[in-house]
Design a protein around this ligand. Structure first.
Ligand SMILES: [Zn+2]
Length: 153
């Protein structure tokens, strides 16, 4: 897959990340020295500079932090995808990542919207993490459970 300009940079260091993505798992890095996670993947901890950093599977849950609807992007492969929602999300683990929100009308998004990770495989065969709204579609509350009192005596 080398040479494709739309392929994210994959090298020996980031390979586990992309292999996990292909398997539907999101990985983050966590420092063994200070215990803090980070993203994007780096070979050392950006908080304490320790190199004692390992991969950890993220829950895949996130909340929306900020976003922007992109209507024009002349760079392939984005040209054919506009409009799309570029977003910064905060993972449940406490790290933020740049991504894209899918399967949701932009005007239904709000800060704090609960999201869950999904994966999109591009034409180059590389799966990239994107996020979609978590749980059932909003609008009608299905949580109204008036369970009739069981007439037990
Ligand atoms: Zn650290």
């Amino acid at each position: 897959m080398a040479g494709d300009p739309s392929t994210p940079g994959i090298d020996d260091f980031t390979r586990p990340y992309w292999e996990a993505a292909a398997a539907g798992e999101l990985l983050i890095r966590r420092c063994g020295a200070c215990g803090r996670p980070h993203h994007y993947p780096r070979e050392f901890c950006p908080h304490c500079w320790s190199e004692d950093v390992g991969w950890e599977r993220a829950s895949g849950r996130a909340t929306l932090y900020t976003w922007s609807v992109v209507h024009r992007n002349d760079l392939p492969p984005f040209t054919g995808r506009v409009p799309y929602t570029a977003a910064l999300v905060e993972l449940a683990e406490g790290v933020r990542m740049m991504t894209e929100v899918v399967e949701c009308e932009p005007d239904r998004l709000a800060v704090g919207t609960e999201l869950t990770v999904a994966f999109r495989t591009g034409e180059d065969g590389v799966s990239v993490p994107v996020f979609r709204p978590a749980g059932p579609p909003q609008g009608q509350s299905s949580s109204r459970s008036h369970s009739p009192r069981s007439a037990r005596r």
